[in-house]
Design a protein around this ligand. Sequence first.
Ligand code: FES
Length: 148
Amino acid sequence: MAQEAATRRAVLPGLAVTVVAAAAGYGVAANSSAADAKSVTAAANGGATAPDTQGPLAQLADIPQNGGLVLRAEGIVLTRDGGDNVQGFSAVCTHQGCTVSSVTQGQIICPCHGSRFDASTGQPVAGPAKKQLPPVNVAVRDNAVFGV
Ligand code: FES
């Protein structure tokens, strides 16, 4: 029981961030033309489609440059270059299915067995994973990231 409560406490801050981000994104989308794509960066051809959402997956400001953001609920990891280009990948490690935990120094990290993936391609660069993280097509517009 105590462990369940601890787990809930650990999850709630993430949910709050997601809800706030979604609400903020709705406001942005409602006050702008969603068709005005300022910059679009889709992952490699053949990428998966992000879950159909009414709002953005994240605000661009929430994704550090040369870093990333793991969206656990959506099963997506967003990575950002030194500018405003964002790429999406499945957050499910291709080794044994753990959710990746972070993006640092140009690599997406899986905490379970130490696999690391290139943040710009999703290709495995270290650890037991041998397959690429499948790309998820995303687009940046109005300073937010949307599934496409
Ligand atoms: S599940 Fe990711 S390294 Fe094993």
